[in-house]
Design a protein around this ligand. Sequence first.
Ligand SMILES: *Cc1c(COP(=O)(O)O)cnc(C)c1O
Length: 360
Amino acid sequence: MGEYRASSAPRRISNEERERILKDPGFGDNFTDYMAHQRWTEAEGWSEGEILPYGPLSLQPAAAVFHYAQEIFEGLKAFRHADESVWTFRPEKNAARIQNSARRLALPEISTEDFLASLRGVVSADEPWVPTGGESSLYLRPFMFASESFLGVRAAHTVDYYVIASPAGNYFPRGVQPLVVWVSPLAARAGRGGTGFAKCGGNYASSLQGKYEAAKAGADEVMFLDSETHSNIDELSGMNIFVVYADGRIVTPTLTGSILPGVTRESILTLAADRGLSPSEESVNYEALTADIAAGRVTEMFACGTAAVINPIGELRDEKATWTIGNGRSGEVTMALREELTGIQYGRVEDRHGWLTRLV
Ligand SMILES: *Cc1c(COP(=O)(O)O)cnc(C)c1O
């Protein structure tokens, strides 16, 4: 295996329409002409990979995913470089993570070879959809779910894996502006022994009430505290968090099992060390954090993930108070790390850690 069979179906979207979409792609609104697919069955294992026209799926109402949420996904981007070549960032990390997520959700593991072939297959077919210029990219969304029609409770015997692609501009409609983050008083997104470390839809389902609370409080995002003591910060609904201290320390919460191990998070730990900062993974107590913000010991905070890259956090809000971080504007360390990370991804800065893989 390792190669996806190309589609002979024509493009579903005209060149004019595609060009119109690529002028202002937004995030997650538009989808390309093709998608990658592989099916797994208990009896036969994985099928050959195939590229299909993008379009609706046909599933039985009894498909297990609708009832028991046996589903996982990934998110990565394809970047166009100045010489027109197309690259992705550390995809072997996403392959390892989807394998880890699959084990936790009792889904079959897809091999690293097939995972990479699925990305290559869809990006080759949809090459004209990879935007040029600015900070645009083609967002890739691999996902796998229980498609077996069966209401008994056990791991499904039929599973489908797809990769869809969506041209992307800025993740937040306002662009790179400091976020207002609501600190959820009650809801947690994941608990000990649960699925927090796995990239699964269920974690997002349990984060949505917090996102709704955040919107009601006039905030852009929600931050979750740990479910056991409700005293340490975990992460946002779909992004990891960093805290920058006045003394040069840059801290992200330790991976406790309820935090998603982000590829961006890990890359930032490396880039921060390269810059002579002192990055570390530690538990971050929320009360201590707000005291440090109030005393000026915390100068910057930012959120990070593939979709939003690195985005400054300007303000924390909870039921009792509001804390402005630094001067509430985009911090220097945050923006320097952002510039370097995107520089590597778009081929403007030397890829000294060997993080890029060519797709087309
Ligand atoms: C995907 C995700 C992240 C970010 O991970 P990256 O690999 O950096 O994109 C952070 N938190 C959650 C909950 C996620 O699902």
